[in-house]
Design a protein around this ligand. Structure first.
Ligand SMILES: [Zn+2]
Length: 382
C-alpha cells in the first residue's frame, strides 16, 4: 500500500517539489532511484494523516465459490412500481410500510444505517435489531476516513456478523438506507471487488446455510418517518465519535486521502488561476496550452494518444486515407510519432526548439512542441 500511496503523491506533487523528478521516471527506474521507497511511502502516508491504521486486505480471495448464491437469500433495491427517492416523505413511508407487509413475516427485523461527516470523515454505523419484544442497538466506528457507501457497508457487515453469531433458525428481514449497496448485492458475488464485499457474502452464506434461514435485504429510503430507520440513523451518528483507530482502512480510501492532502495543502495554494473565480482551478497543463489555437491543442492531444493524428502519415495510412505511410519530408517509413519526434533527419535542426525529451515535451512544453511541428511543416505557420 505504501508504494501506491507514494505513487499518488508523486503524481500530484508540484513542480518545485524535489520528488517531481523521480515521479517522471518509469516505475522501474523510480523504484531503483528511491532506495527506501517503502520508508518514503510510509513517511508520506503519515504526513497525509493516514497514521498506522490497520489495512484492509487488498485482493479478496472468495472463501466460497462466487457463483453460489444461497437459495434462501433475497434482496431488493426497489419499493414498488413508480416509486422513487424523490417522492414526498408520506408517499415513501406508505410505500415502505406496504413493502414490509408484503415480505415474509420475520422473526427478526434489522435496521442498519451508516453516516460520515462531510461524506468523507469519521464514519459511523448504526444497527438496530428488533426481535419480538427485545431490542438490541449497536453503534460502531466505521473508519476515520471513507465514504458514506463504506459506512453503510460496514454497518451491514456488522449486522450480518451479529446475526451469524446467533444460533437460531429464523426468517430475517434486514433494511438498509443504501440503495447502491443493495444494488451491488443484487449483482451477485461474482463481481466482488473488495475484502469487505467478500466478507459480507461469506456471512450471508453462513447465515443462510443454518437450517435454511431466510434472509431478505431490503432498501428503504431515509428520512421518511420509519421508526426503526430513524433510530438506526441516530445510532450511526453516535458511531462517528467512537474510537476509530482500530478500524481497517481500504486502499481506495487511502488513495483518496493522500490525493486530497496534496491538492489541499500543496497544489491548490500555488495554482489559483487569476482569470478564474476563487475555487475553480484549471489543471496546470491547460494553462501551458493557453496561447495555442484550438486546432493546435487538438493535435497535441492526438499525439499524446499514441500518435493518432492526421499529421502523421502512418495514421492516415492505417485509416485508409493515404496510399503509403512514408514521411513526406525524408521518405522513410513508417512516419509515426517516434519518427516525427526523434528520427526524421530532415528536421534535425529544429529539434533544438524542444527543451528536453521530445516525448515528455508533448505534455510539459506544449508551446515549444507546436513551434517544432510548425518548423517541420506538419502544422501551418501561424
Ligand atoms: Zn521524416
Amino acid at each position: 500500500m505504501s508504494l501506491i500511496i507514494l505513487k499518488v503523491l508523486l503524481r500530484y506533487c508540484t513542480e518545485t517539489d524535489p520528488s517531481r523528478k523521480t515521479a517522471k521516471n518509469p516505475v522501474r527506474t523510480r523504484l531503483r532511484s528511491l532506495g527506501t521507497w517503502r520508508e518514503t511511502g510510509k513517511d508520506k502516508a503519515y504526513v497525509c494523516g493516514l497514521e498506522d491504521f490497520p489495512r484492509e486486505k487488498q485482493v479478496p480471495v472468495p472463501d466460497i465459490p462466487p457463483w453460489q448464491v444461497p437459495e434462501t437469500f433475497t434482496c431488493c433495491s426497489k419499493l414498488g412500481e413508480g416509486i422513487s427517492k424523490a417522492d414526498a416523505p408520506e408517499e415513501l413511508k406508505k410505500a415502505v410500510e406496504d413493502t414490509m407487509k408484503k415480505l415474509n413475516k420475520p422473526d427478526v427485523e434489522v435496521f442498519t444505517d451508516g453516516s460520515a461527516r462531510d461524506s468523507v470523515f469519521f464514519l459511523g454505523g448504526g444497527i438496530l435489531v428488533i426481535e419480538k419484544e427485545e431490542r438490541h442497538s449497536l453503534s460502531i466506528a466505521a473508519g476515520r476516513y471513507g465514504s458514506s457507501h463504506r459506512a453503510e457497508s460496514m454497518a451491514l457487515k456488522k449486522a450480518l456478523s451479529w446475526l451469524q453469531e446467533r444460533e437460531k433458525e429464523d426468517t430475517i428481514n434486514l433494511y438498509t438506507e443504501s440503495q447502491s449497496l443493495v444494488r451491488r448485492l443484487e449483482e451477485g458475488p461474482t463481481l466482488t471487488k473488495t475484502s469487505l464485499e467478500n466478507e459480507m457474502w461469506t456471512l450471508i452464506h453462513q447465515i443462510c446455510s443454518r437450517n435454511a434461514t431466510n434472509l431478505h435485504i431490503q432498501w428503504i429510503p431515509g428520512y421518511c418517518g420509519i421508526a426503526g430507520n430513524d433510530e438506526a440513523d441516530h445510532l450511526a451518528n453516535q458511531g462517528q465519535i467512537e474510537d476509530q483507530r482500530e478500524v481497517e482502512i481500504d486502499l481506495k480510501t487511502a488513495k483518496a486521502v493522500s490525493k486530497r492532502h496534496v491538492l489541499d495543502t500543496i497544489w491548490a495554494p500555488q495554482n489559483v488561476h487569476e482569470s478564474q473565480p476563487a475555487g475553480i482551478r484549471p489543471p496546470p497543463t491547460r494553462d501551458k496550452e493557453a496561447g495555442l489555437s484550438r486546432r493546435e491543442r487538438v493535435v497535441l492531444a492526438q499525439l499524446c494518444c499514441n500518435g493518432k493524428s492526421p499529421i502523421l502519415q502512418k495514421y492516415l495510412y492505417d485509416i485508409g486515407a493515404s496510399p503509403c505511410d512514408a514521411c513526406l519530408q525524408c521518405g522513410q517509413s513508417p512516419d509515426d510519432l517516434h519518427h516525427a519526434l526523434y528520427d526524421c533527419p530532415e528536421v534535425d535542426f529544429f529539434r533544438s526548439l524542444i527543451p528536453g525529451d521530445p516525448m515528455e515535451s508533448l505534455w510539459e512544453s506544449p508551446a515549444q512542441m507546436i513551434e517544432f511541428l510548425r518548423a517541420s511543416q506538419r502544422l501551418p505557420i501561424a
